[in-house]
Ligand binder design. Structure first.
Ligand SMILES: [Fe+2]
Length: 193
């Protein structure tokens, strides 16, 4: 096997996740089926994560690409969160399955009170609950209704590293200005290994 080939557990995970994604038209069924695979993948993360997947930046959380499907139907990233680094309020417009490799990842949820899902203005959000995801934990989400959240690590907690599988190449997502009640699409960068 060439040294550049991905480890078997990662290859198997991607193949299985892709097959399950194709099989399940209902996205809730899709993430339900893939979540147990992510549970196993995070347990084996030390066998395939490379130094490049632990890249971090003092500027903000770092998204390190692990796999991107040729047809852009699936993507997997390791995200490194230094203390005090957070996303904006956002949704992905996609399903996702997240597993924690190191540290405690915090997710703060929002609930959209206005019913128009496609609207980009006049959006009223209420703060919802918080989820603390320790090492080995797995969470997932589906769009429609949008899963609106902030993810990160408070300044007083150590670094966290998490794996994020999405149902498309996650090169953009929707961010919200809660006070202005608006939403807009932005491009998001990542590191290639
Ligand atoms: Fe997110």
């Amino acid at each position: 096997m060439p040294t550049s080939a991905p480890p078997v557990c990662l290859t198997d995970f991607v193949a299985a996740a892709s097959a399950l994604s194709d099989r399940h038209a209902q996205l809730a069924d899709c993430v339900e089926a893939i979540a147990p695979l992510m549970l196993r993948l995070v347990e084996q993360a030390h066998t395939f994560l490379e130094p490049a997947h632990f890249q971090s930046s003092p500027i903000g959380y770092s998204r390190n690409l692990i796999y991107n499907a040729p047809d852009e139907s699936l993507s997997l990233y390791s995200i490194v969160w230094l203390p005090g680094q957070w996303t904006p309020v956002h949704d992905h417009g996609s399903w996702g399955v997240v597993g924690v490799v190191e540290g405690v990842l915090e997710e703060r949820n929002y609930v959209r009170l206005t019913p128009e899902r496609g609207a980009d203005a006049g959006i009223e959000l209420a703060r919802g609950g918080v989820i603390l995801l320790g090492k080995g934990a797995v969470t997932s989400f589906v769009p429609n209704p949008d899963h609106i959240h902030v993810t990160g690590v408070p300044a007083e907690r150590p670094r966290a590293v998490s794996l994020h599988l999405y149902g498309r190449t996650m090169s953009s997502f929707n961010i919200y200005d809660v006070a202005a009640r608006t939403r807009r699409r932005i491009e998001v960068a990542h590191n290639e290994s």
